[in-house]
Design a protein around this ligand. Structure first.
Ligand SMILES: Cc1cc2nc3c(=O)[nH]c(=O)nc-3n(C[C@H](O)[C@H](O)[C@H](O)COP(=O)(O)OP(=O)(O)OC[C@H]3O[C@@H](n4cnc5c(N)ncnc54)[C@H](O)[C@@H]3O)c2cc1C
Length: 328
């Protein structure tokens, strides 16, 4: 059976791979001329942090997200499994206690424990939480690795072609268009996120660090070679571009509080996109037409949830049933 996957963001690529691995003949169609050029996936931090996400996400996200920790090292050797660190300035210590209460699978660290994990943070924080089993990756390296795995399996990606998933000539379709699928999913909304990429050669961090703050929470994801991704704002807006001065100031202030070396950092990039999300911020599989499927609503968990969603999407094309936990 031939299936057309529409959209080559992380959801489309992982779905295409899952379908190919189950024996389907697959083709991917992407509207942009190059991989990731108009994909929200390009702006992601790439944190694979199911237990941290429990602080604000439903248990389903934690459960599905754990599948990502076995999946990504298999398909992308650049996946880094060094855990993640959650910190709070002394005045926000109650926020750290609250984060600890709402999450599991962490160890409480004192100042020595933090310094042992991240020597450049020595003396800066009195306590933190370490989520040992979490991981991270660089989305801009992971997407090409997925495309390469598809190419090896004979799955081609046709670039520069904008299609309507309802077009009958496409046959069975997996609609993985992210926020662009709002034309057929009226309950899908955008949640804008802004991010910065900085070069800060004076600082070494080896795992994602989240810094809690009542108004401006920050995460910093190391990309190697002194480069860091700083994210991310969360604004109820479908706007897919435009980074505001206020957001830059807030992100940089928080980064400076994490480590003053960020004051001297070079700003390499400022970017923004809108995360595709349903009202409850949970992902969905929604059948349509004659045996086609929409896969969407990954919200702030695209890299975390796409392995589980892709596997369940492939199950649908095999046996025409949708797992109840992601139906709707
Ligand atoms: C600042 C920021 C930080 C984030 N951090 C994280 C993080 O740390 N961890 C995490 O897991 N997630 C994170 N996310 C969320 C993640 O980026 C999204 O959940 C994910 O990218 C959604 O993937 P997608 O494949 O559904 O959509 P997209 O990545 O947008 O892909 C959709 C693709 O479909 C194509 N397309 C659209 N319409 C058509 C058409 N008609 N024909 C052909 N092609 C079409 C588009 O060009 C695009 O390439 C973050 C998001 C933002 C904005």
């Amino acid at each position: 059976m031939q299936i057309t996957v529409v959209g080559a963001g992380v959801m489309g690529l992982t779905t295409a791979l899952a379908l190919s691995e189950r024996g389907f003949s697959v083709g991917v169609v992407e509207r942009s001329a190059t991989l990731g050029a108009s994909a929200c996936s390009r702006f992601a931090g790439g944190m694979l942090a199911p237990w941290c996400e429990a602080e604000s996400a439903e248990p389903l996200v934690v459960r599905l997200g754990q599948e990502a920790l076995a999946y990504w090292p298999r398909v992308f050797p650049g996946t880094i499994q060094r855990g993640s660190l959650v910190l709070a300035p002394l005045r926000d210590a109650p926020d750290l206690a609250r984060f600890a209460r709402r999450t599991t699978d962490h160890e409480m660290l004192d100042a020595d424990g933090i310094a042992a994990l991240e020597p450049d943070l020595a003396g800066r924080f009195r306590s933190g939480l370490f989520f040992r089993r979490e991981a991270h990756l660089d989305p801009r390296a992971a997407l090409p690795a997925l495309a390469e795995s598809l190419a090896v399996r004979g799955v081609s990606i046709t670039f520069g072609q904008e299609v309507d998933p309802a077009d009958p000539s496409l046959g069975a379709v997996a609609d993985c268009r992210g926020l662009a699928a709002q034309d057929r999913l009226p309950d899908l909304r955008g949640v804008k996120g802004e991010m910065l990429i900085l070069r800060c050669p004076g600082l070494t961090l080896t795992r994602p660090v989240r810094m809690l703050h009542p108004r401006f929470p920050l995460y910093v994801v190391p990309r190697g070679d002194g480069v860091f991704m700083l994210g991310a704002t969360m604004l109820e807006s479908g706007e897919r571009a435009r980074v505001t001065a206020r957001s830059v100031v807030e992100l940089l202030n928080a980064a400076y509080a994490l480590h003053p070396a960020f004051a001297e950092a070079e700003i390499l990039e400022m970017g923004a996109d809108a995360r595709p999300a349903f009202a409850d911020n949970l992902p969905r599989l929604r059948p349509f037409g004659q045996g086609s499927l929409r896969v969407n609503g990954l919200f702030r968990h695209g890299f975390l949830l796409s392995p589980a969603m892709a596997s369940r999407a492939a199950d649908y094309f095999l046996n025409r049933t949708v797992s109840p936990e992601v139906m709707g």
